[in-house]
Design a protein around this ligand. Sequence first.
Ligand code: ADP
Ligand code: MG
Length: 292
Amino acid sequence: ATPTAVMVGTGLGAESGILIKSGESLETAHKIDTILFDKTGTLTRGEPQLTDVVPAQGTSKEEVLRLAGSLESSSEHPLGRAVVERARAEGIALDSVSRFRALSGLGAEGEVAGVGVVVGNRRLLSQRGMDLSALEDDARALWQDGKTVVFVAAENRLLGLIAFRDEPREEAAQAVAALKRMGLRLGMVTGDNRATAQAIARLVGIDLVHAEVLPDRKVEVVRSEQNGGHTVAMVGDGINDAPALAAAHIGIAMGGGTDVAMEAGDIALMRADLRLVPHAMKLSRLTMKVIR
Ligand code: ADP
Ligand code: MG
């Protein structure tokens, strides 16, 4: 590779908002055949809007929001924030929380005014021995609609569920289509439910879905694709994406993401615009063509 071509390539990248950290990354990028995308905050806006509250028999929406909102007031997760916001908007007084624990990729638990409360996904509530069958039909319909569902339980009793919509970024389908035209294999990696993930993947045009992946397992998905003989780029925005960004042949950090992801990436996008991903791939291919 001539240093001049690499310099020109990285310079052109910087002008478009693509920070390529080393000439080597630019050279590796043109060999990429598979791109894995984190879902939340990368393919989607990462701003979940609360859409549904479904109480179980014998309880009310207010009670579900009160317990979940109280617990989540100790959480930093975007889903938690959306619950708190809704509870406040509805004028529901939130109780104090003790023994709060965030369970990465699963949910949260703690005591709300002395009552043991668990809020989280199906896996977490199943782990706690909860029977979700009373709300299974509701959950399934919401999942198939691309919504994220969390269940709420108090003192080991299922109280209800809360659903959220996190819209795909408006340019996601266009970026995916451009990458497909370049012949790239595209996949999604997410901690979210399989049906939800598949619904979002269908909306943006991604075929390969790795769902219900715990945060510390994202890196294993990258490795297994690499072991399958693929040269893999990973695109992510979150703290829990950093190991996967580092493990990938090329890690691409989404603009507006966490500093940790920005540091772990070989390429950092300066804007939260997925069209910069095909742009970076084209730039790398062009640069290498000039070099050879
Ligand atoms: P992603 O991989 O999509 O970025 P996370 O790993 O942060 O998402 O979370 C995965 C899943 O864990 C969420 O979809 C949700 O079901 C559950 N979860 C995590 N934290 C919370 C929380 N504070 N409240 C409710 N559910 C949560
Ligand atoms: Mg994310």
